[in-house]
Design a protein around this ligand. Structure first.
Ligand code: DGL
Length: 271
């Protein structure tokens, strides 16, 4: 049993979609979430730049005493999870595009993935596609969502620019006859309603609930679950950039009573 916090990090506010899934699965756990929005987006950076940022993010969470880290970012998982696991001793859980469930669920034989450029180019992603999609004769249209993360981070979720980008992506997915769309970036669940309106026949899949269930399994096996009642859970959210965006994505109301927002400098996360 441990009351230490679960640490999560992302290039920005996307990790809050994983954080919300965690609230449903493990509401009794304390959390510490780092949004490295001063350095967003990660998806257009080189593998070595992404790894250096992820090491700084992990060091910050470890310094704060976290018992487990969730890499709440597909890009960071694809490029850095293996190196982080070999460097740090605490359990580290990653987030991956759900291509396997999509391949199992498809009836049309065609699935779509929307993810960052770095995720789509990563060996980890390409190996998953080979094993679970191509070898089963399923067609895949993978599109890089360049620009989407920047718009979400800049409070442009419902802007004309966003609508124009989503129109282009969804036309291509519709033309490919997909019936499953994998959201391969933790920012994209915030686009679910807009995507569903453009692709009404398509099942949209994100990885949040699966990651939360996996976290429960790992904490249970390591005997690290927090026995406290959910209403005592404490949540700290840190951002390395403008913290006002965090306030907009932080749930309000009775479900989360204690959430503290703080702004730190990117340098603090890099110490
Ligand atoms: N939320 C991150 C992901 O899941 C966004 C990556 C980025 O910053 O480009 O990939």
């Amino acid at each position: 049993m441990s009351s230490a916090a679960i640490g999560l990090f992302d290039s920005g506010i996307g990790g809050s979609s994983i954080w919300q899934a965690l609230q449903t699965e493990l509401p009794q756990e304390n959390t510490c979430y780092l949004a490295d929005n001063a350095n967003a987006p990660y998806g257009d950076k080189s593998p070595s730049e992404i790894l250096a940022l992820c090491e700084a993010d992990c060091a910050f969470l470890i310094e704060r005493g976290c018992k487990l880290i969730i890499i709440a970012c597909n890009t960071a998982t694809a490029l850095a999870a293996a190196a982080l696991r070999s460097r740090y001793r605490l359990p580290i859980i990653g987030v991956e595009p759900a291509v396997k469930p999509a391949a199992l669920a498809t009836h049309s034989g065609s699935i779509g993935v929307l993810a960052t450029k770095a995720t789509l180019a990563s060996e980890k992603f390409l190996a998953g596609v080979e094993n679970h999609v191509k070898s089963k004769g399923i067609k895949l249209l993978a599109r890089s969502g360049s620009g989407l993360v920047e718009l979400i981070e800049n409070n442009q979720l419902h802007s004309k620019e966003m609508a124009a980008l989503l129109d282009v992506h969804c036309s291509a997915f519709a033309a490919a006859g997909i019936d499953q769309l994998v959201l391969g970036c933790t920012h994209y669940p915030y686009l679910r309603a807009q995507l569903a309106a453009r692709l009404p026949q398509v099942n949209i899949i994100d990885s949040g609930a699966a990651v939360a269930r996996h976290t429960r399994r790992i904490l249970t096996a390591a005997q690290l679950l927090n026995p406290q009642p959910p209403h005592q859970a404490q949540h700290e959210w840190f951002s390395t950039g403008d913290s006002r965006i965090l306030a907009q994505f932080a749930p309000s109301g009775d479900s989360v009573k204690q959430i503290r927002l703080s702004q730190i400098s990117a340098g603090e996360a890099e110490k």
